[in-house]
Ligand binder design. Structure first.
Ligand code: SF4
Ligand code: SF4
Length: 307
């Protein structure tokens, strides 16, 4: 089962939760950082990267002398990547979405194909032998979903490799992009279940509700974790999260306490699950609850796992 650890906003704690879940996950699993615009799960898990590859999109880079000035390529491009100035055409490669439309309509094959790098994929292993996969968008690149689709193709190969070694499909824990824009929805569309990490500040609650609305449309089992519960002066925020989950039949699988030692561990790149026996048990309990909740939901064909 692929489980995305998501959040409505950055800073809610999804990377910390994903990293600690990886530490205690009871079965063979693959760890994937799909927050490709700002990947940082490696800072916690310190994978040994064995292979890196560049991902590029096929785009038009030039128009040759055979062009008949029919302007079909300009007319079909919905992204303004082929601009017309009088009878002249100019290509803006950074605006191309690689849809292939201009190549399809050009009857004289006058568009010269090239490539635009959109990012890199990295594979390797964690210290416990679990396979690792991550992506990183090229600085300045806005086309994140195509990189993520390549990442999921690579992930499917990794899953098959692991399955051929141990006879069963591995679980996959994915650190998802924050928010609810294209990258987060692309990841949500490629997983079996989504765990939302919630921060109960007014901003966190607002963005969590947006995330619930967006991910709810993907028809996947959803559940939540309340992070930094019991922050002084924010009891009402915690209660609003609990009330929202109860009202919407969203399983609140764990409440991770607001503690100084957790903040100190985070600031030095240590895993929450490594702080103490109590913290380790919190994540082991969350892992058990997740497996039970999502397997039950999967078996029942439900889109929300009941408490
Ligand atoms: S490939 Fe698509 S997006 Fe890119 S220039 Fe051609 S028509 Fe425009
Ligand atoms: S579709 Fe081909 S021939 Fe027509 S303007 Fe574009 S490059 Fe030139």
């Amino acid at each position: 089962m692929r489980i995305a650890i998501a959040s409505g906003k950055g800073g809610a704690g999804k990377t910390s939760v994903a990293a600690s879940l990886a530490r205690v996950w009871p079965t063979r699993h693959i760890m994937a950082d799909t927050d490709v615009e700002a990947p940082n799960l490696h800072l916690f898990l310190k994978p040994d990267i064995g292979e890196s590859s560049t991902i590029a999109l096929p785009i038009p880079v030039r128009i040759d002398d055979t062009c008949t000035k029919c302007f079909r390529c300009h007319d079909i491009c919905h992204y303004g990547a082929i601009a017309r100035f009088g009878t002249n055409l100019k290509i803006f490669p950074d605006m191309c979405h690689a849809c292939g439309g201009c190549f399809a309509v050009c009857e004289t094959s006058s568009l010269v194909r090239g490539e635009r790098e959109i990012g890199q994929l990295h594979t390797g292993f964690l210290a416990d032998g679990s396979p690792w996969l991550s992506g990183a968008t090229r600085v300045g690149e806005v086309m994140t979903p195509p990189l993520l689709r390549q990442l999921f193709k690579r992930l499917a190969c990794l899953e098959k490799e692991v399955a051929s070694q141990c006879g069963a499909m591995p679980d996959v824990i994915l650190d998802a992009p924050p928010g609810v824009s294209c990258p987060a929805v692309t990841v949500g569309s490629h997983v079996d279940a989504i765990l939302m990490v919630v921060d109960s500040s007014p901003f966190g609650l607002h963005d969590f509700i947006l995330a619930h609305q967006a991910f709810g449309k993907l028809n996947r089992p959803l559940a939540c974790v309340l992070n930094r519960a019991g922050m002084p002066g924010n009891a009402s925020g915690d209660n609003r999260v609990r009330d929202y989950c109860a009202k919407h039949n969203l399983a609140l699988l764990a409440e991770l306490p607001f503690e100084r030692e957790a903040a100190e561990a985070y600031s030095t790149g240590r895993l929450l699950a490594d702080i103490s026996a109590a913290w380790k048990e919190r994540f082991e309990s969350l892992a058990r609850a997740l497996a039970q909740c999502f397997q039950t939901a999967e078996a029942g064909g439900r889109t929300t796992c009941a408490k």
